[in-house]
Design a protein around this ligand. Structure first.
Ligand SMILES: [Zn+2]
Length: 120
């Protein structure tokens, strides 16, 4: 199981052994059966077959202790989540600014068109 810098985890490939602590589910896009470690519950992964984003289901009655992560690891993930959240907020802010600029440009264009029509 490879984990890249963004924390995304690829689904295990065929022939991998399934343990009790693994989550087995079908990709909602291509239907491929995916097997992933318990600790990936609730994470977004890429399907190993169709490469689409897939949300790993959280098993019923799962406890935080089932995650098989020490508190340091959980804290690390929490901080990573907070960083991603902050990045998303900044992106929203910059998109809002862009939208405002486009609306202003649109307003100016509308005035130009209105003036042009008035002169005819
Ligand atoms: Zn798939």
């Amino acid at each position: 199981m490879a984990e890249d810098e963004t924390g995304e985890i690829d689904a295990l490939s065929d022939g991998a052994e399934i343990r009790d602590t693994d989550i087995v589910f079908d990709c909602p896009h291509c239907g491929r059966s995916l097997v992933i470690a318990y600790r990936s519950a609730g994470l977004q992964i890429h399907c190993s077959q169709c490469s689409k984003d897939v949300l790993v289901p959280i098993p019923d009655g799962m406890q935080l202790t089932d995650l098989d992560l020490d508190s340091g690891e959980i804290l690390k993930q929490l901080f990573a989540t907070r960083r991603n959240y902050q990045k998303a907020e900044m992106r929203i802010q910059s998109l809002k600014e862009k939208l405002t600029q486009m609306q202003e440009t649109f307003g100016v264009l509308q005035e130009v068109v209105a003036e042009g029509l008035a002169e005819e």
